[in-house]
Design a protein around this ligand. Structure first.
Ligand code: GLN
Length: 554
């Protein structure tokens, strides 16, 4: 068995789409029947992005094993249709945490613990961790986060240099850099790319392939002379410089990369011919994209100007839309503005054919979310509540239909403030006194049994599903009978045994009786992490399907 490694680095600027380029390279190989996986290294010192604000970091992407990771892992899982694990996401924080705890245990007794060889040694171990051994040819793609020249990335580059030295024939180094266009002289400029490659050379790294990313000026592709100049000054052959313009969709990138010389380069690297079949979904994004239908879906959220914070929801809607030949236009609705009765924001709500109330943390905007849910319920607007969205749907129903003085304990700072109120959403067992924030929620994949005969059971068409989670609060069960009398039923439960040996369940999915509302569903999980191109998640597909019907009715 052979394992080959493709290292992807980036330079000049961040935000070049290194993750997408890496995922697309993986897809080209995987769709040629080659086994592929991914490891992403992030040079920051957080153990994981779980404690970072979406402003800092965008969405926290949760893996089945409960790891809280970078949103690039989402691109990898979606492009490659695989489930990654904690070994696929390594931060500098995680590396130092491990080394320092080993140091405390005495594993380095008598020794100086140093960047080289200890940190580099640990990073090199991560390069080869959990490689499948039973496959003839496996390709591991390793993305080094950040840009060349970042001080915190240096130890990763040094580890890579050593690894490459030790495994020359099995390593391909793909460096992606930006080629700016200078409007005043009307030219693309290669100097930043040259400098970023020179920075790699300073680390003893000579890239094998250069990906020249650029924003097309009118119809002007990178001229041949520019590509040749990059080849000359970056020390690679001309056919190893790829011209990679911006494209209209991330799903058009794999085809676009195939249009360059990448296929031949990969064939040479893996030592066999490859015949990539990207599949209908990716083919759909080649050239101009047409849809026969269109709907407008609102995402009621707190970070409403920050689409990266809800990236997987946006991708899930797109994926569902493609499967129904429907363009899904998404608009963000600011929950706080709804709360303040901002007319413009309410007008947006009134223009929707479907609503999602997204996940989130903290009390800001919660009342606005409850108001938005009320609108969706009363107007039979197709609705999907996600995690916090389910919790606010329960508060809304308990208040406005069942007449309870319903709250979620997340709406208040102290337990005293909850006195006398009907706490319909509260912390799960064991979560009330959790003060440590990192990695302490209910995280990752859990099984869920669907209640036969429910709308959700019909959508999935199976009795048991597995969904990913990231939460601390849950639906309180003393009011379930009351809800069901009024038409809100539990359609999915996670069964478990409590610490003191009792059989118990957690409410995972709810829905409104179909007689009251055509599509009002909510989940405690994050279904957005399970959508895959060509395989829409049933809850998103159901939402878009119903949005189309709602649009036709109006
Ligand atoms: N804040 C809520 C909880 O912890 C919802 C979390 C979420 O939406 N991911 O339960």
């Amino acid at each position: 068995m052979i394992t080959k490694f493709i290292f992807v680095t980036g330079g000049v600027v961040s935000g070049l789409g290194k993750g997408i380029a890496a995922a697309s390279t993986g897809l080209i190989l995987k769709s040629s029947d080659i086994s592929v996986d991914v490891v992403k290294f992030d040079p920051y010192l957080n153990i994981d992005p779980g404690t970072m604000s979406p402003f800092e970091h965008g969405e926290v992407y949760v893996l089945d094993d409960g790891s809280e990771t970078d949103l690039d892992l989402g691109h990898y899982e979606r492009f490659l249709d695989i489930n990654l694990t904690k070994h696929s996401s390594v931060t500098a924080g995680k590396i130092y945490e491990n080394i320092l705890s080993e140091e405390r245990e005495g594993m380095y007794l008598g020794k100086n613990v140093q960047l080289i060889p200890h940190v580099t040694g640990y990073i090199k171990e991560c390069f080869v961790r959990e490689i499948p051994r039973d496959i003839d040819l496996h390709v591991r793609i390793i993305e080094i986060g950040g840009s060349t020249g970042d001080m915190e990335g240096e130890v990763f580059l040094e580890s890579f240099r050593q690894f490459r030295q030790e495994n020359k024939a099995d390593v391909l180094h793909f460096h992606l850099g930006f080629v700016p266009f200078l409007a005043c002289s009307g030219e693309y400029k290669t100097k930043p790319m040259q400098l970023s490659t020179r920075e790699l050379l300073r680390h003893g790294l000579q890239p094998d392939v250069i990906g020249a990313r650029y924003s097309k000026q009118g119809n002007l592709d990178l001229p041949r002379e520019v590509l040749e100049k990059i080849a000359l000054f970056c020390n690679v052959s001309k056919d190893h410089v790829l011209s990679l313009p911006d494209v209209s969709s991330i799903y058009a990138v794999p085809k676009n990369m195939l249009n360059s010389n990448l296929k031949l380069i990969l064939q040479e690297f893996v030592g066999q011919t490859i015949d990539p079949k990207l599949g209908d979904f990716f083919d759909h994004f080649n050239g101009k994209v047409f849809y026969s239908k269109k709907v407008r879906v609102g995402i009621v959220a707190k970070y409403s100007r920050l689409s990266d914070a809800y990236l997987s929801i946006l991708e899930s809607l797109k994926i569902a839309g493609v499967s129904l030949d429907c363009k899904v236009e998404t608009v963000f609705v600011d929950a706080e503005k709804i709360e303040q009765n901002d007319i413009n924001e309410w007008n947006v709500v009134k223009s929707l054919q479907a609503m999602i109330v997204a996940g989130g943390f903290g009390k800001r905007g919660l009342e606005g979310k409850v108001m938005a849910v009320k609108y969706a319920r009363e107007n039979r607007l197709p609705f999907l509540g996600i995690c916090l969205g389910l919790q606010m749907a329960v508060v809304e129903f308990a208040r406005n239909v069942c007449g309870l003085d319903a709250v979620s304990s997340e709406m208040f700072e102290t337990r005293e403030e909850l006195e006398g109120k009907d706490v319909v959403i509260d912390y799960m067992e064991g979560q009330t006194n959790v003060h440590k924030k990192g990695g302490t929620m209910r995280l990752g994949g859990y099984d869920c049994d669907l209640v036969p005969g429910t709308l959700i059971h019909n959508l999935f068409g199976v009795g048991r599903i597995r969904e990913r989670h990231r939460h601390r609060l849950e639906v309180q069960q003393e009011f379930l009978d009351l809800y069901s009398k009024h038409g809100l039923v539990v359609s999915g439960k996670h069964y478990y045994t409590t610490n003191d040996g009792r059989e118990a369940f957690l409410v995972e999915l709810i829905e409104l009786d179909i007689k009251l509302h055509p599509y009002f569903v909510a989940t405690q999980s994050h279904p957005e992490f399970l959508s895959r191109p060509g395989k829409p998640h049933p809850l998103f597909k159901g939402l878009v399907e119903n949005a189309i019907i709602y649009g036709e009715d109006v």
